[in-house]
Design a binder for this molecule. Structure first.
Ligand code: SF4
Ligand code: SF3
Length: 539
């Protein structure tokens, strides 16, 4: 196997035996083959000029397939085998062209063995040129993140056919040998453009269905009732779970990236949504032990469970999956039956308290723009000297202590704007407030980085600036998986320069591609906390 799509890749080069994430060789191979199949489908759609409207369910299936291959989302070999067969049937169903098609659009496999064999020649390393490979993978990882957001929006009934069309265009581009570095750099930026579009669509979907997030105090303690923990990013799953658990004497707690659900008005009406339990995804290994109740994974990030007792309490749904864990599928109306989880919860003890008190979040664009007058005033008087966008992901590496340290050492006249699970590195620190507003502004999930961009654009307009980079905002982003890749590409598309990216630069950036990003966009790795703060503050 060879996989280097996430920040924790072995030796910051690539996982070759078993993923640091726990992905085994067969799953890695089947993921490679699934992506290759999608490239073949896309080539047919582009060459045959198949209108996206005519692709029907294929559009959603391509998006879902991309989503399934995101780091820590799905570890289930059978799920990938089934998905490959489904996508091959769809591919052969749309193929009409007499044109010469590539192997990706025509290869055949009939058994799992033949899939595993075929996968050996279609993975990341099948592209020989290091720079072309780097750009192709950068585009694919961005597409995976875009797909995740597109699928969430679609579940709420919001679709954008241009996004589907772009997914085909970009996937097809990654097997087009006519395209060189310049064309692929342009496609990378276009991926960022569609990342913005997908995040905007999801923002519209979420706020239309669940209301605009509001500044909210989220409880960290526990109650005495049996409970279900819900993790991942899918708010529709949470909505259905809350409805189905109502009046059952079973509480619901959010976990990791589901924390921001507490900020939405619609979810506040559920008295049995008690608060948030635990921290970022990688701490689940201990925190699921003390939670005691069932856990529902709606998306990434799953860590292979420590023992069969915990495994027996984990359920997956949507693009997520883990062998041996029950997977719940939606019926034709999109409804998922969570009764088995609820019944299991009733037989298990309530959670053990691991934290107490509360944290504050809900600084999405609508809420922050409502406070615009006082914020602008605080900037003008110097009460707020600088904003730091510190969104992205958290992860296991010790080097991520940098972000806690950075947050602690920032001057007290600065504000941290965050989104994604990166926030867990500093959202429980006593960082104080400025004029009664806490210094850490959590906008929401990683896709809510869109909110941070909307806020920045609004401030640019208010201060009548020409360029977003003239604002007193610095970007110090932490990344782990491919949703952070699309967030980064989206920021680049919006013209944001001088982003610091850590804790390490992606292994999939070849030296030449990395220099393009440095030269064109001023992207830089993190340094020491003191040096970086001095640099950002212009000292
Ligand atoms: Fe390795 Fe990350 Fe790929 Fe998992 S997703 S195999 S940790 S590079
Ligand atoms: Fe986190 Fe997995 Fe990226 Fe949605 S939950 S930000 S890592």
């Amino acid at each position: 196997m060879f996989c280097y799509q996430c920040q924790e890749t072995a030796k910051n080069k690539g996982c070759t035996v078993r993923g640091v994430c726990g992905k085994v060789e067969n799953v890695a191979a089947l993921q490679d083959l699934l992506i290759y199949t999608l490239k073949g489908i896309s080539e047919i759609v582009i060459k045959d000029n198949v209108a996206t409207e005519l692709c029907g369910s294929l559009n959603s299936d391509v998006i879902e397939s991309l989503f399934m291959t995101i780091t820590n989302a799905n570890f289930d070999e059978t799920a990938f085998e089934t998905q490959i067969l489904k996508m091959l049937t769809a591919r052969d169903g749309i193929r009409q062209s007499q044109d010469e098609l590539s192997d990706a659009a025509t290869f055949k496999v009939s058994s799992k063995e033949s899939m595993l064999e075929k996968a050996q020649s279609v993975g990341v390393l099948s592209t020989e040129s290091e720079d072309i490979r780097s750009l192709r993978e950068l585009i694919i990882y961005g597409l995976k993140g875009m797909a995740a957001y597109t699928e969430h929006a679609e579940r709420i009934g919001f679709r954008d056919s241009e996004i589907f069309a772009f997914a085909y265009e970009a996937l097809a581009a990654t097997i087009n040998d006519q395209l060189g570095v310049d064309e692929l750099v342009a496609m990378t930026l276009k991926t960022g453009e569609f990342g913005v579009r997908a995040m905007a669509l999801l923002d519209k979907a979420n706020t239309t269905r669940f209301g605009h997030p509001e500044i909210t105090e989220v409880n960290l303690g526990v109650r005495e009732n049996p409970a279900i923990l819900i993790s991942g990013h899918d708010l529709v799953d949470l909505d259905q779970l809350l409805e189905q658990t109502k009046d059952h004497g079973v509480d619901v707690y959010t976990h990791s990236e589901m924390l921001p659900a507490n900020y939405y008005p619609v979810f506040k009406k559920y008295e049995h949504l008690v608060g948030n339990y635990g921290n970022a995804w990688w701490k689940q290994i201990d925190e699921f032990e003390t939670f005691h109740g069932p856990i529902l994974f709606t998306t990434n990030c799953i860590v292979p469970p420590r023992n069969p007792e915990i495994q027996g309490r984990i359920f997956t749904t949507g693009a997520s999956g883990f062998p041996g864990c029950k997977h719940i599928v939606a019926d034709e109306r999109g409804i998922k039956d969570f009764s088995e989880i609820i019944e299991l919860a009733k037989t298990l003890p309530p959670p053990t308290q691991i934290e107490s008190g509360s944290i504050v979040g809900g600084f999405a664009h609508n809420q922050v723009i409502a406070l615009a007058d006082s914020i602008v005033e605080a900037v003008k008087t110097g009460a707020i000297k600088k904003f730091f966008v510190m969104g992205g992901c958290d992860g296991r590496m010790k080097s991520r202590e940098y972000y806690t340290d950075f947050a602690m050492k920032l001057p007290s006249d600065t504000v941290i704007m965050t989104a994604g699970c990166a926030k867990y590195r500093y959202n429980k620190l006593p960082l104080g407030d400025i004029a009664g507003i806490p210094r850490v502004w959590d906008a929401g999930q990683c896709n809510d980085s869109y909110s941070l961009a909307v806020i920045a654009l609004k401030l640019k307009e208010t201060f009548e600036l020409e360029d977003i980079n003239d604002l007193p905002i610095a970007f110090n982003i932490a990344w782990y998986e491919q949703k952070a890749v699309i967030v980064l590409l989206a920021l680049l598309f919006l013209g944001v320069k001088n982003i610091h990216l850590g804790p390490t630069l992606p292994a999939f950036l070849s030296p030449n591609v990395a220099s393009v990003l440095v030269e064109k966009f001023g992207i830089a790795p993190i340094g020491s906390v003191e040096e970086d703060i001095a640099l950002f503050m212009g000292d």
